[in-house]
Design a binder for this molecule. Structure first.
Ligand code: A2R
Length: 316
């Protein structure tokens, strides 16, 4: 049996590739987008632009995957502000081209369409913990496109009987994550200080918010469970279900560092926190799959610090 991972060259893809081999015992076909996309160890690598409908169609016809994971996206919120048209093209038109190519197959593969907790947008305190039926109020174009992908998938699942399961994935973190994300940024700064690349100060924005952070290795286990046991046409929150204050994460990183680190507020990073707590209800996911996160926050942070310690080129 084959599994296809579309958009495997990003942060989540390599972890998902391992999880698919382990949990689904499948051969993996992994797609990257940029021309410098390196071959994935132990799996067939194909270059694919999801904007190219014919290429998506012929890849699916060639490979006949039983499982399809759709990860490909313009996934940066800040880029979505700068380049909304590009974000809409990749995340809406691209997702539609994937859906249409799957629809044209003469069999019904099991598909996971990966979305985002950002789709909920402006969450009020009384909406916590957030259930999947929550009204969506996306607060940026990235979130709006992911909500669009979710709605198109729901329409296709119902209209054409396709086996499409959708996620709303909350914050994830782990070794190899870009430092544009807060936890990776803190870990990188801590290790830069340890190695003498930075004065012993971590510059922070607002630390008051509470967010739900899942280790990427737990996240991908939820994906392999959902693609097997999720109900077609349904959407599932994926997260730990327990929001943590960002201040606590920073405190733990500093405790784990060998350096003596001070914390200072950087005005450029200081945005008012309009949503103090974002915490999903994950009972629907648990009921469908029995999935629970197993990796402790401390272990994730240690692994992320170790990753930066062993990749000095990322510190300069
Ligand atoms: O740009 P590349 O070569 O790294 O490929 C990225 C791929 N991608 C595309 N694939 C096909 N056609 C396109 N037009 C296209 N544009 C981008 O999507 C990469 O393999 C993947 C996105 O990787 P990341 O940005 O690192 O996302 P991450 O953190 O792995 O998240 C996976 C999914 C995304 O849908 C997020 O929106 C969601 O989880 O949270």
């Amino acid at each position: 049996m084959k599994a296809l991972i579309i958009g495997a060259s990003g942060f989540v893809g390599p972890y998902l590739t391992e999880a698919v081999k382990r949990d689904l015992k499948c051969d993996v076909v992994a797609t990257g987008h940029s021309s410098e996309c390196a071959p994935f160890p132990g799996c067939e690598t194909r270059k694919l632009d999801i904007m190219d409908n014919a290429a998506v169609f012929s890849l699916l016809q060639d490979e006949h995957p039983y499982y399809i994971f759709h990860l490909a996206a313009q996934s940066s919120v800040s880029r979505s502000w700068k380049d909304p048209a590009f974000t809409v093209n990749v995340n809406i038109k691209g997702a539609l081209s994937v859906l249409d190519a799957i629809r044209a197959l003469e069999y019904k593969p099991k598909v996971l369409m990966v979305g985002s907790g950002e789709e909920y947008g402006h969450i009020k305190p009384e909406d916590i913990p957030i259930k999947e039926g929550q009204f969506l109020r996306p607060g940026n174009i990235y979130a709006a496109t992911k909500a669009g992908q979710n709605m198109m998938s729901s329409v296709y699942a119902n209209a054409y009987g396709m086996h499409l399961v959708m996620t709303r994935s909350f914050n994830h973190m782990g070794p190899g994550q870009s430092p544009v994300f807060v936890v990776s940024d803190f870990c990188r700064q801590a290790v830069r200080i340890e190695k003498g690349f930075q004065e012993p100060v971590i510059y922070v924005g607002n630390l008051d918010a509470k967010r739900d952070f899942t280790d990427v290795r737990d996240m991908v286990s939820a994906y392999t469970a959902l693609i097997q046991f999720g109900v077609p046409g349904e959407t599932y929150n994926v997260g730990t279900g327990k929001a943590v204050p960002i201040k606590e994460i920073l405190t733990r990183i500093i405790e784990k560092s060998s350096a003596d680190i001070k914390v200072e507020v950087d005005e450029k990073k200081l945005r008012p926190v309009d949503i103090p707590v974002i915490e999903p209800d994950i009972s629907k996911l648990y009921k469908a799959t029995g999935w629970k996160p197993v990796i402790e926050l401390d272990r994730t942070l240690e692994n992320m610090l170790e990753y930066y310690r062993s990749h000095e080129e990322l510190l300069r």
